[in-house]
Design a protein. Structure first.
Length: 297
């Protein structure tokens, strides 16, 4: 069935409902002659008369009445769906699917998700944890969360936390055995716990900052993970030196499970942003999520 016929069927149903081309035209915001022409076109397409006409009134034929009876449930269902959108505009509800890397979920989202659920009990949040770069639209997600440097320039991006630091940590027991490295050049004599990117498959090069100069060191790791939590856990277990965010390591540093090395050479890592496509007609549930997690400096 051609799409154009749907609008013609709506005109036919409205004409039957009001019993007049003039009354139907006011509801549809078109002229009475346009209503008449549309129904004539529909009759020609279906090759049957749908309405009996007089100068004062109209009434459906037997076949017109049968068509109307089939149309009415579909029109009511469509109206109910539209009413649902109107309800949504008053109270956000529904499911939102978000792809995010693990650190953002664990340290930015998770501490506040309980309060979000309390404020928006009708919203279901589904979070897919993936440290790789994801085409969130083709994968069926409503939005993504990544650090700003990874967000495509054509996306709308909203900041949800502060910038962090990349620091280097090891357990006290490991440093007791191996000694504390004095400079990044000493890393060749230490076990390095490295991270492998999901998307590119490459090993993350360790960045350092010294006297206003930034540089990277390509490590020769003895242990490699594609999971950021495992970097931290392996360092706590005494497997070597790991590069993690300060936010990740803070508790372990505070309780003495880890020690920071190269304390004057850490680098800044960008804040996390939630990103999505376009500002107009953003789903109400997603808008509520973005507004709730938006970082207020």
């Amino acid at each position: 069935m051609k799409r154009e016929i749907w609008s013609d069927l709506i005109v036919f149903a409205k004409a039957c409902q009001y019993g007049s081309f003039t009354a139907a035209s006011k509801e549809l915001n078109i002229s009475p002659s346009a209503v008449s022409h549309t129904i004539k076109k529909l009759e020609a397409r279906l090759e049957t008369r749908l309405l009996h006409r007089s100068t004062r009134s109209i009434a459906p034929t037997e076949l017109g009445q049968k068509l109307l009876e089939e149309l009415e449930p579909a029109i009511k269902a469509l109206d109910a769906t539209i009413d649902t959108f109107n309800i949504d505009s008053m109270e956000p509800k529904g499911r939102i699917r978000i792809t995010s890397h693990k650190v953002a979920v664990k340290y930015t989202l998770l501490p506040r998700l309980k309060e979000f659920a309390r404020q928006y009990p009708l919203i279901i949040v589904e979070i897919n944890i993936d440290d790789g770069l994801v085409d969130f639209i083709s994968e069926g997600f409503d939005a993504g969360i990544r650090r700003y440097e990874s967000v495509a320039p054509d996306m709308i991006a909203v900041k949800i936390d502060e910038s962090d630091q990349l620091i280097y940590v090891a357990s006290p027991s490991y440093l007791t055995i191996k000694g504390t490295p004095k400079s990044p050049a000493d890393l060749q004599n230490y076990h390095c716990i490295a991270y492998r990117f999901e998307t590119s498959g490459s090993i993350f090069d360790w960045p350092f900052a010294e006297e206003g100069r930034e540089y990277k060191i390509v490590t020769t790791p003895t242990l490699v993970f594609n999971d950021t939590d495992m970097l931290l856990d392996a360092a706590i277990e005494g497997c070597g030196i790991a590069c993690v965010t300060k936010r990740q390591a803070q508790i372990a540093l505070n309780n003495g499970d880890l020690c920071q090395v190269f304390t004057d050479q850490s680098t800044v890592i960008p804040a996390n942003f939630i990103y999505f496509s376009g500002r107009s007609h953003l789903p109400h549930a997603l808008r509520a999520f973005v507004d709730f997690f938006k970082f207020e400096s």
